[in-house]
Design a protein around this ligand. Structure first.
Ligand code: SF4
Length: 74
């Protein structure tokens, strides 16, 4: 599934829509064959014991990296 389509599907899931992972550069939304949606963490900064699939909804994360572009200074 296209990554943007997967993210749109995640936005429609009440729990995942609240997750900080959905706005993180290092997430990947996984959609199973049965239509279940999961958040995969692909961060290279997390410790080795960090879960690949963090419990959701994750409200805060010290490894969060915004997927929003930095504002351009004048
Ligand atoms: S780094 Fe944190 S916020 Fe980003 S995908 Fe991993 S668990 Fe989610």
């Amino acid at each position: 599934m296209d990554p943007k389509a997967a993210d749109l599907l995640a936005c429609q899931q009440p729990l995942l829509a609240q997750s900080v992972c959905l706005r993180c550069l290092d997430h990947r939304t996984i959609v199973s064959g049965k239509g279940s949606v999961f958040m995969l963490c692909q961060s290279q900064q997390t410790p080795s014991q960090w879960p690949k699939y963090p419990p959701q909804p994750l409200r805060q994360c010290g490894y969060f990296r915004s997927d929003e572009p930095e504002p351009v200074a004048d």
